[in-house]
Write a protein that binds this ligand. Sequence first.
Ligand code: HEM
Length: 367
Amino acid sequence: MTGYPDVRSVLADSAGYSNDLVGRLGASAAGKHHLGGLGLCDPPEHTRLRHLLVPEFTGRRLQDLQPLIEGIVDDALDDLSRLGDAGEPVDLVEHLARPVAARTISMMLGLDEDEHAVLHRLSSQRFDLAGSGGGPFGPISDAIGHLLEVVRRQRAHPAPGLIGRLLRDHGTELTDTQIAGLADGLWTGGLESTTSALALGGYLLGTDSVAAHLLRDDDRKGVDRWVEELLRYTSVVQVAFPRVALADAELGGERVLAGDLVVCSLSAANRDAKFVDDAAQFLPDGRPRTHLAFGHGPHRCIGAELARLELRTTLPRLAVRFPQLRAVAPIPRTDGERLSFIYGLPAVRVLLEDGGPAHSSRHAGRP
Ligand code: HEM
């Protein structure tokens, strides 16, 4: 599905479309561990598990995280500054976006550095539709295997953070595998998508001086609007979790049969010309434009407010600290990344100070 209204109606309809892809494709596809996680299950199980996580994402909890996230961002900006001191290009993915996203979600979950380093390696293969061996399900089950060890360790000694709290408050009603699956969904959602959104935000700052200027204005509403437009325009989660149709239906003028796989393109929906004016333009100071970048309905991104907090904290700080920031090259792409569910970026190389050739564009296409 590519049209905004069709995508929205599929995502809203958990009675008509199932997210339990693994159950419906057969357990063997899941590898040796049972897959958990919110994105791959249906009500009533989905509703029950989601309710356990919602308290972790309340305004109050996010408020407590804000100063910690500011500290994480400032540390990353200090590193960036040291690396870019010699006038050499630096990579925003490696030195800003990924550390901010990884340290934030690790802190939230209560993982230590070693634990998240292993997960990081496994997650880069996660969304590769062309992946060899078990395809995308191989790395998913390996990551859950690793998180299962973390949960087992924490059952004996709960750490501060979400895994420890789930074990303390719901340890009798949830199995270790369920907690590992929930943690896996959060860690992956928190890492890859937010890394890409942060890095693409940095790229837009480095190629569009008008847009960069808006972020330096100290106007909170303006920053919020900028970030919403970034989310719409880049649509880093390119497709929603695939759904299986539970009944015959008419969708977008096509006949869908029960059992068919339905894939919703969020990037296409967010640029549906029938629904969004000037959809291919990045217009961060224009009228706010609605989007489906976090999905819609019961599976809508549970980490949306955390992601917004990371973006709203990082991008203005980057713009103020490095007013000369300029991208030195277009973003390189590889076949593997083009096939990914997530609009991943191998690198975003920028110069922090004046001097040297810059890459510039007003954005009529996707970066
Ligand atoms: C810019 C950053 C992010 C984007 C664009 C994004 C996008 C999305 C989208 C589109 C979905 C819904 C997919 C569907 O309905 O099939 C989703 C679900 C989800 N996201 Fe995010 N996400 C982001 C950040 C995060 C963060 C920071 C976390 C965790 C801390 C997270 C955790 C999740 C989880 C657990 C789900 C599954 C929810 C459910 O099925 O009930 N995401 N995300």
